[in-house]
Design a binder for this molecule. Structure first.
Ligand code: ATP
Length: 323
């Protein structure tokens, strides 16, 4: 395999640049030609593909976002779209791909391989940490730290005014950001999609807190919680907490941006190089991951479909530590 292309796809995550850099520098180290595809699968379809040199990734290890841009491509979900993408790669003799993205990205890569035989190895780039086959995904640590910084600031004002704050963090299907930022931020309660916390539970926990002389409270809510988003939950709780000043803050896309943390830069460098080396060693349709500090490869099918449950120990801890 002499010509390889790298791209980022789906939601962006801090550390993607460090991963791109590792793929580009690794490929050059092994004497390969390396191309960057801009805008994910959409750029592949449109031929937005450029040759990369070692200096193409200079001064990027510390930058958030993705220098190759990202996109969600509806066209790649169609047979015609994938045919166009294949033709663009064939025109340039590109024989293998490194995809940095989440489950949708790997689903697309798997289908593409089944149709056209172009192998892809993935690096998990998503702040949600929802992929099986790696302890952590690229961007998760930075997102947690960003959420934590915001929670710390909100806690000051919650405390000064004796307020209850519902803080919504990202996580449509996964409570990883919520649980980690909730524990780190000393939340009274964390609501995640994986376990049902009812409105009664919320009311009881907060009331118990006041009965023990607490004056303010922080509830961290993952956006995909079963009871709704933070605003909906706050509205449901309000009638049961007469006289309490309830506020809602949705952290939103700030969790996606910013300079990657040290943990994310190192993880992204390892996973980017790991994905490239896997591809060069003949791996196909697998995702590079780090489990117990060891680089491992997991088939896309498993990475996408297998559950990565939250550590029940962490959920248990919230209740004990917020007493
Ligand atoms: P994140 O977890 O951050 O959302 P992701 O990789 O899961 O990242 P998606 O938008 O789900 O993000 O997927 C990225 C792209 O992968 C899609 O825009 C689409 O082009 C491609 N893709 C997803 N699912 C399929 C599919 N079933 N067939 C072909 N391509 C797909």
């Amino acid at each position: 395999m002499d010509k390889i292309a790298v791209f980022t796809s789906g939601g962006d995550a801090p550390g993607m640049n460090a991963a791109i850099r590792a793929v580009v520098r690794g490929a050059i180290y092994y004497g390969k030609e390396i191309y960057g595809i801009r805008y994910g699968y959409q750029g592949m379809i449109e031929g937005d593909i450029l040759k990369m040199k070692s200096y193409s990734v200079s001064n990027t290890v510390q930058r958030g976002g993705t220098i190759l841009k990202s996109a969600r491509s509806m066209e790649f979900k169609t047979k015609e779209g994938r045919k166009k993408a294949y033709e663009q790669l064939k025109k340039r003799d590109i024989e293998g791909l490194v995809a940095i993205g989440g489950d949708g990205t790997f689903t697309g890569a798997k289908i593409f391989y089944e149709e056209y035989g172009i192998p892809t190895v993935g690096a998990p780039g998503t702040i949600d940490n929802d992929l099986f086959g790696t302890d952590y995904t690229i961007g998760f640590d930075t997102a947690v730290n960003t959420a934590l910084e915001a929670i710390d600031k909100i806690r000051d004002t919650a405390n000064s005014h004796d307020r209850v704050f519902f803080i919504e963090v990202m996580g449509r299907d996964s409570g990883y950001i919520a649980i980690q930022s909730g524990i780190g931020g000393g939340a009274e309660l964390v609501m995640v999609p994986e376990t049902l916390t009812t409105i009664d539970d919320v009311v009881n926990t907060l009331t118990d807190g006041w009965n023990r002389s607490k004056t303010s409270a922080i509830v961290v809510v993952a956006e995909g919680d079963e009871e709704g988003d933070a605003m909906t939950i706050a509205q449901k709780v309000k009638p049961h907490l007469q006289g309490k000043d309830i506020k809602v803050t949705t952290l939103g896309h700030i969790q996606r941006g910013g300079a990657p943390s040290a943990v994310d830069r190192i993880l992204a460098s390892r996973l980017g190089l790991g994905a490239l080396e896997g591809l060069l060693n003949g791996q196909v349709n697998v995702m590079a991951g780090v489990i117990n500090d060891k680089l491992v490869y997991t088939p896309f099918g498993d990475a996408i479909s297998k559950d990565k449950p939250l550590n029940p120990d962490l959920l248990r801890m919230v209740n004990i530590l917020s007493i």
